[in-house]
Design a protein around this ligand. Structure first.
Ligand code: NAG
Ligand code: NAG
Ligand code: NAG
Ligand code: NAG
Ligand code: NAG
Length: 230
């Protein structure tokens, strides 16, 4: 009783800003450092998923998402998903998405992923004019919050919330360290402006556009416009 009230006084004395940025103890059961994967854990960051140098993917057997974080500020993300379309059930779009870069913890508890510009994604849509194409992915992603719980069966479980509050599928810790490709630019990013530009723009609504981030379409369009004057 006495100890509990001392603790309460001690906790109340911690300024709220400090409490918010204390990500390793009060906020979470473990640090965010490590490799995290959803569901059946078959989509995992690192060399088994993406080959950024030639913009190819090793297709996982099933869909899923994975994130890895180092303790010195680097992240990598690997994602594979299908979008179904209610009005045309046969038109299932597949998206494979990979990027890496540096992350920051913001004072309000949010998390920002700032990619290097070698990220890319492959969009497959059997019903579109361009059924399969690959494009650069260089979009800063904001997650409004994150929390790590301890799951009795599976150990640490990371919950990430996108900028609009939508949760990412729960992520289980597959390694306590970050399994990732080298933390440097892995491909020189060249802007190719051919008829692909049109396909990229048409694909805007189908490609990976996390909520609350600058539109990929507008970036590509701005790039296209500016290159017309070079
Ligand atoms: C892309 O790079 C990977 C890794 O080096 C290699 O295994 C694969 O064969 C390459 N694919 C193509 C199409 O060049
Ligand atoms: C769903 O399919 C219809 C008809 O093919 C298409 O017009 C629409 O853009 C699709 N919606 C999405 C989100 O892809
Ligand atoms: C939290 O901080 C980030 C980074 O400064 C900012 O982009 C975001 O809008 C903030 N979110 C809220 C709800 O204030
Ligand atoms: C990638 O995005 C960043 C931040 O918006 C920007 O500074 C950089 O020029 C972009 N790189 C490319 C190759 O588009
Ligand atoms: C990018 O180009 C520079 C200059 O040509 C070269 O030194 C570097 O190795 C290249 N990087 C990659 C990842 O290909």
């Amino acid at each position: 009783m006495f100890i509990a009230s001392i603790l309460a006084v001690a906790l109340a004395a911690i300024p709220s800003t400090l409490a918010q940025t204390d990500f390793t103890s009060a906020h979470n059961v473990t640090p965010i450092t490590g490799t995290w994967a959803s569901g059946s854990k078959q989509v995992v960051t690192g060399s088994g998923f993406a080959n950024p140098a030639n913009m190819t993917f090793t297709y996982p057997a099933v869909t899923g998402v994975s994130y890895a974080f180092t303790d010195d500020g680097w992240y990598e993300s690997a994602r594979y998903r299908f979008n179904s379309n209610g009005s045309s059930p046969n038109c299932i779009t597949g998206v494979l998405n990979w990027h890496h870069g540096q992350y920051t913890f913001n004072d309000n508890g949010s998390l920002t992923l700032n990619p290097l510009s070698d990220g890319y994604q492959q969009v497959q849509d059997p019903c579109a004019a361009e059924t399969n194409f690959i494009e650069q992915y260089n979009t800063t992603e904001l997650y409004m919050g994150w929390q790590i719980f301890s799951d009795q069966a599976d150990g640490p479980k990371l919950h990430l919330f996108q900028a609009d509050g939508t949760p990412v599928a729960p992520l289980f810790q597959v390694y306590s360290t970050a399994n990732m490709l080298p933390t440097e630019l892995l491909r020189n990013v060249t802007v190719t402006l051919t008829d692909k530009t049109l396909a990229v723009m048409n694909a805007g609504s189908r490609s990976w556009t996390p909520a609350g981030v600058t539109s990929l379409m507008s970036g590509v369009f701005a790039l296209a416009l500016s290159s017309m004057f070079i």
